[in-house]
Design a protein around this ligand. Structure first.
Ligand SMILES: [Fe+2]
Ligand SMILES: [Fe+2]
Length: 191
């Protein structure tokens, strides 16, 4: 799917379907952090108009998703607890180069990979989540996460040569696959 080199370990969905509340809580935090990441890019690159416009749209959508997931939690009588962090995303972020403009390119590609992996996991949940309500939720979110992957890669191609973007997507493809292979099937969206 998209830029991904590997599929999620089948053991993850087994854990996810037996821990729906934990998945929803972590998912809510993922949506909130996706909105915050888009705003952070606007903050860091105020002179890049294309980026600003696309990140405004993306931040709004992610905040809408956060609201939707919070509502599902409320309906289930589950409180949103503190964010316990996301090792997968942190490990991807460690590979972002420090010097500009490479930092921008890598941040956009990391954004793209997180969206692509979320999209893959949403599609598993759309098929296997334990309630009809949850399956419908993940089905409804799939298309927009795929759209977010495209938004990040399109912005990258706006500001960097196509070949450079392609080469870095390939490098991050193997980095991301290594991170995925090291995961231990936790009841989190990227666990
Ligand atoms: Fe989202
Ligand atoms: Fe997204």
């Amino acid at each position: 799917m998209l830029c991904l080199r590997s599929e999620t370990h089948p053991g993850w969905i087994d854990v996810a379907v037996t821990h729906p509340d934990e998945i929803l809580i972590d998912h809510a935090h993922c949506e909130k952090k996706a909105a915050a990441f888009a705003l952070a890019l606007i903050n860091r690159y105020p002179e890049r108009m294309r980026l600003i416009k696309d990140m405004i749209d993306l931040a709004k959508e992610e905040l809408d998703h956060f609201e939707i997931v919070v509502k599902v939690l409320e309906e289930r009588g589950v409180a949103l607890t503190k964010d316990t962090g996301n090792t997968y995303a942190q490990r991807l972020h460690e590979h972002i180069r420090k010097a500009e403009p490479l930092r921008l390119l890598d941040a956009l590609i990391v954004g793209a990979f997180i969206e692509a992996r979320s999209c893959e996991r949403f599609s598993l949940l759309a098929d296997h989540a334990p309630t009809e309500e949850m399956r419908a939720l993940y089905k409804s979110l799939l298309a927009s996460e795929a759209g977010h992957y495209r938004a990040y890669t399109d912005i990258a191609r706006e500001y960097f040569p196509v070949e450079e973007v392609k080469a870095r997507l390939e490098e991050f493809g193997s980095i991301e696959a290594d991170i995925i292979a090291s995961l231990t099937n936790q009841p989190t969206m990227h666990g």
